[in-house]
Design a protein around this ligand. Structure first.
Ligand code: SF4
Ligand code: SF4
Ligand code: SF4
Ligand code: FES
Length: 682
């Protein structure tokens, strides 16, 4: 039978066999209340909130575990059902403290909503409520036991979604409580997924609790600025201050997922050390100067060096928007006449695109990873370095039994469910992959994710190997940061004999070093003594060496687009404003104007139109982007030339709790870092 026909509240509904009543009703626009049910997680049937009346059934049935059947007649809002819901709520409230006026969840609490709709105004319970004190399990997670309705959503999301399993239940009956894995504290990913999935205010976050009310904030959907996975995060903003991040509406490519960085590590925006005034060097000290003065000094220097044919070195960012990087490349090439532009490259995208020349449907999206029949992870600890991709592969295994293969130098979370995990020494990844030939060739299709161990010629060898398997193969070239992919695609790489990142730092006679949103001197030295101009949020190691520093806005303070690790373009929306800063685009636009350059208008939407028209593969549908969707760029080669500097490609090996130089300015990340952590800890 291809479809089942049933009636719900008088409406004829068709659904696939096996569909749960709660889902069939939702598809027909009928809401069945729920607490414990959560799409994508195992069924629990713990709360009895979803009771419905099914004709010919002897008693009320649970909508979240009952599958549809042919001819079924269901009533979801009969007086009997309403009375049952009221009874369920009365039990749930027996020990619930009714402290809604001070509870963080007030105004967006599922229990509050249900009581408003079905509950009794008065309780028949006259006994003293059972009380236990609130507990703090980590800097991120607080648990208020009396508010808990024991729906087990938190336990399941942690175990199934995160693959961590840090939460369980202790005691029975009214004494039952959720408990953390280490008795009195959590040792976990600190992702906060348990907090956001909690239908009530039992779990609250260390960053947001008691700060504001939901209705006092604007809610701005933008893209996380940390790793390359491109999670959508909705920032709650009050008076230009970011109060929280979440993805509770499950929009974007990440569904409900966010790691600790997307959910909590926005606090660097308001760090007291943010630069808010341009600085210029006087001897070994900085002096605050006006924007006009700073622009005049830098424009004068750039013009002078250009006119005498001096040498520029331009270092671009892994964090600035596509529009900004595109404009910087244009500025360097056309405005300054230099091909010496590069960025800290963390994965080899260019050689892959070149190797895939002529092939179609070869780049995986984040969504594809959820459906791929087989996944091969090479040289990356996904749970640490690519949390969303790790989440997708895990969900794929849970829901579709995907075959997962791992070739890494150390243990990774995927080992737990991989068909085969191969341990190799660093540099031996490709040989490890070739040892899997027979297993991989037996698959019908394969998605390969590879880290910085595979670069240059090794990328070509990998593609040749994959071609020889005779199955459909898709790729994800892994890169580190929020717009590492865009930096490549926008052409912030050396061409026409230009110097690479390493060569710029090692050049003996550089006249100007211009660094936009990067910190190359954090752990590298500079061979020459150029005039240094830096655009940054903080006085980084590089900024400390600068002659002029411009205070720049972060990605949470600007509009534009970024491209994630799978080549999907998404829109950035400005959520906050930090006084005294300007976006990198505005800084460059003003600088070009001061120099009298004709680089065109510096509005982000105009530049995005130019990108769509000129960058190969970037002619993505505008409505998808403007409505907050993700549009994958086409895998066309020739967008950027394959780089001649594969040795410059190296991952920063950030972990779940680090994010390059931003790490030290996020107090939340600092607070959860009990140990420095490392990739490959399993
Ligand atoms: S914060 Fe994340 S990893 Fe930690 S207990 Fe909650 S869901 Fe699990
Ligand atoms: S803490 Fe929240 S999510 Fe967890 S069982 Fe209690 S009510 Fe459910
Ligand atoms: S997985 Fe990456 S993009 Fe997603 S929330 Fe975490 S750091 Fe941000
Ligand atoms: S939602 Fe069905 S029993 Fe909880």
């Amino acid at each position: 039978m291809s479809e089942v026909t049933l009636t719900i509240d008088g409406k004829t509904v068709k659904a696939a066999p096996g569909t749960l009543l709660i889902e069939a009703a939702k598809q027909a626009g009928i809401e069945i209340p729920q607490f414990c049910y959560y799409e994508g997680l195992t069924l629990q049937a713990a709360c009895r909130m979803c009771l419905v009346e099914i004709e010919k059934a002897p008693k009320l049935m649970v909508g979240c575990t009952t599958p549809v059947a042919e001819g079924m007649v269901v009533h979801t809002d009969s007086p009997t059902v309403a009375a049952a819901r009221k009874g369920t709520l009365e039990f749930l409230l027996a020990n619930h403290p009714l402290d809604c006026p001070v509870c963080d969840k007030g105004g967006e609490c599922e229990l509050q909503d249900m009581v408003f709709r079905y509950g009794a105004g008065e309780s028949r319970f006259t006994d003293i409520k059972h009380h236990v004190d609130e507990k703090q399990w980590s800097p991120v997670v607080f648990y208020d036991g009396p508010r808990c309705i024991l729906c087990y959503r938190c336990v399941r999301i942690c175990n199934e979604g995160m693959g961590v399993g840090a939460l369980g239940i202790v005691n029975r009956g009214v004494l039952a409580e959720i408990a953390p894995n280490k008795g009195d504290h959590l040792e976990c990913d600190e992702c906060g997924a348990c907090i956001d999935i909690c239908p009530v205010g039992a779990l609250t976050s260390g960053t947001y609790r008691y700060q504001t009310r939901p209705w006092e904030m604007e809610h701005v959907g933008t893209i996380c600025t940390h790793c390359s996975n491109g999670c959508k995060t909705t920032l709650g903003v009050r008076n230009d201050h970011i109060m929280r991040g979440n993805n509770r509406d499950r929009s974007g490519i990440n569904n409900e997922f966010l790691c600790i960085k997307g959910r909590y590590a926005f606090d660097f925006v308001h760090h007291e050390e943010r630069l808010q005034t341009p600085l210029r060097r006087i001897g070994d000290k900085f002096e605050e100067v006006s924007w006009a003065q700073a622009l005049e000094i830098v424009a004068g220097k750039f013009s002078e060096v250009k006119s005498r044919g001096g040498q520029f070195g331009v270092i671009a960012s892994n964090h600035t928007s596509n529009e900004e990087t595109f404009y910087l490349k244009k500025f360097a090439r056309e405005g300054l006449g230099t091909a010496n532009i590069d960025h800290h490259r963390t994965g080899d995208i260019a050689t892959l695109l070149d190797s895939l020349s002529g092939k179609v449907n070869v780049l995986s999206t984040v969504q594809d990873l959820y459906k791929a029949r087989a996944v091969l992870v090479i040289g990356s600890d996904l749970a640490q370095q690519h949390p969303l991709l790790s989440y997708q592969v895990r969900a794929n295994f849970r829901h579709h039994s995907a075959h997962v293969y791992v070739v890494t130098p150390g243990p990774v979370r995927e080992d737990k469910y991989a068909v085969k995990s191969v341990r190799v020494s660093e540099g031996g990844e490709l040989a490890g992959v070739e040892g899997l030939r027979d297993l991989l060739a037996a698959e019908t299709e394969l998605t390969i994710l590879y880290g910085d161990a595979i670069k240059g010629e090794a990328v070509r060898r990998l593609v040749t190997f994959a071609d020889s398997l005779g199955i459909a193969v898709k790729y994800v070239p892994l890169v580190d940061y929020s717009n590492s992919r865009g930096a490549y695609d926008m052409g912030a790489i050396p061409g026409d004999g230009g110097m690479s990142y390493d060569e710029i730092l090692a050049a003996p006679a550089l006249d100007v070093l211009w660094v936009v949103g990067a910190n190359p001197l954090k752990n590298r030295s500079l061979a020459s003594k150029p005039f240094i101009v830096v655009q940054d949020l903080f006085l980084s190691e590089t900024a400390k060496r600068a002659d002029v520093v411009f205070p720049a806005a972060s990605a949470y303070e600007k509009n534009g687009t970024v491209t994630n690790v799978t080549g999907e373009v998404q829109r950035l929306r400005a959520a906050a404003k930090v006084m005294g800063t300007k976006s990198d685009l505005e800084i460059m636009g003003l600088l070009g104007k001061e120099m009298g350059l004709a680089l065109g208008i510096w509005k982000h939407d105009k530049i995005f139109a130019e990108i769509r028209g000129t960058v190969r593969g970037y002619n993505v549908p505008l409505p998808v982007i403007t409505t907050g969707g993700a549009a994958q760029t086409a895998a066309v080669n020739g967008r950027v030339p394959p780089t001649a500097f594969p040795d410059s490609i190296r991952s920063a090996r950030d972990t779940l709790f680090t994010s390059g130089s931003l790490t030290r300015y996020s107090k939340m990340l600092q607070s959860v870092r009990e140990s420095p952590g490392a990739v490959y800890e399993g």
